[in-house]
Design a protein around this ligand. Sequence first.
Ligand code: AMP
Length: 172
Amino acid sequence: MTEPIERFIRNVPDFPKPGIVFKDITPLLQDPTGLRSSIELMAEATSAHEYDLVCGIESRGFIFGTALANELGKGFVPIRKPGKLPWETASESYELEYGRDTIEIHRDAGDMGKRFLMVDDLLATGGTMEAALKLVRKIGAEPVACAFVIELAFLKGRDKLGDIPSHALIRY
Ligand code: AMP
């Protein structure tokens, strides 16, 4: 049975640096009911969308994205940090608070206009998912919706995602 999952999220103050409250999802993953419920809730939240593949962002997006894809009988596409994917890649860089980061995807992952459901564990400023949306469009795929376990709504990351519908199981 699906249960509320908020109680499985652990707040870790000052990680990875002073002033950040890190939302630790490991207690959620470790609890069988918590893990199952999070995937069921994500499936429910995104059930109105039609898509071909689930696409997850390294690394916590892999955990929820793959489990969701398996639950729904879909395939999974990884978006990875640079230099990890062995085949031909497309890449997209984005600004961080200090410096830049880059993400990559296999060029052939979106062949013939595949529709993607985009998954990550947490939406903060939205920079990561904004770059992921650009990246999947670059390879000819179509992102139809985004799903997160947690949204830090006060950071307004949603504003960066344009008109793509976004679902979060827990909003702070
Ligand atoms: P952003 O690009 O700012 O939306 O950040 C999203 C990415 O950073 C996600 O992949 C999260 O896993 C991670 N992240 C950002 N802020 C936090 C936080 N407070 N707790 C846990 N993870 C975070």
